[in-house]
Design a binder for this molecule. Structure first.
Ligand SMILES: Cc1ncc(COP(=O)(O)O)c(C=O)c1O
Length: 230
């Protein structure tokens, strides 16, 4: 059996060892992570949500501890960073934190971050990261179908809301004015305007600047207090 066939057969069974890919992250590491994460989750849940700290206090600590003149032991740095995160941080994973829509911690997200850090998939080209590219395509195809979009829809994950809003603005400009891509706003016969509700996230101020429209192109449309009659 060729090495490639051997790998296919083993990978299909998620048996990396048989494919000659040992060691892998493996069950014991994941279980260890689960135990540490549960302990940390409990510790965070029993502590305060809001920190009491000033920028000067943090800056003094950083300047005293990290002057970059000598190497520090990794364990020392980890302990210090974790202490700072535990005490000088809004604990958004705390069960009584209702500030924003931050998701709570899951084992899957911890392991995913670890796998990304260890394998560092480079998605710029298909050939550098075939597995990650296809996982992204596969997941996005499922999402676009859920949204009722056509099968040929091009989709991409964004880093967050601001990048999503920026992508939407560029797509809207390019769809309405196909020449926008080549000539920019100078090539357009009109001055586009963005209509947003007064409740819109203010990332659009930055986006209007970035895409060349300028913030004066934004029109805020008032919304009623009673959404049912709006
Ligand atoms: C609707 C909306 N747009 C944009 C953003 C900005 O997102 P990010 O900071 O992830 O880029 C947020 C963040 O809360 C948001 O709620």
């Amino acid at each position: 059996m060729s090495a490639a066939n051997q790998f296919d057969r083993a990978a299909n069974q998620f048996d990396l060892e048989a494919a000659g890919f040992a060691p892998s992250l493996g069950d014991s590491a994941v279980n260890e992570l689960r135990t540490s994460a549960l302990a940390l989750e409990e510790a965070i849940a029993s502590g305060p949500i809001l920190p009491k700290i000033t920028p000067d206090e943090i800056r003094r600590h950083l300047a005293a501890r990290f002057d970059f003149s000598r190497p520090l032991a990794l364990e020392e740095v980890i302990a210090d960073v974790e202490r700072m995160m535990r005490t000088w941080h809004v604990q958004v994973t705390h069960p009584r934190y209702f500030g924003l829509f931050n998701p709570s911690v899951t084992l899957a997200s911890l392991v995913a971050d670890l796998l990304v850090a260890m394998y560092n998939p480079q998605l710029a080209t298909w050939s550098t990261s075939p597995a990650a590219n296809e996982m992204e395509r596969h997941t996005l195809a499922w999402f676009t179908a859920k949204f009722g979009l056509p099968a040929e829809t091009a989709a991409t994950f964004t880093s967050g809301g601001a990048e999503a809003n920026l992508s939407a603005t560029i797509v809207a400009l390019t769809k309405t004015f196909p020449e926008y891509g080549e000539c920019g706003l100078r090539g357009l016969p009109a001055s586009p305007t963005i209509y947003l509700t007064a409740e819109t996230h203010n990332s659009f101020n930055k986006i209007a600047h970035i895409v060349g429209l300028g913030r004066n192109a934004i029109r805020a449309v008032a919304t009623g207090g009673d959404r049912s009659s709006a």
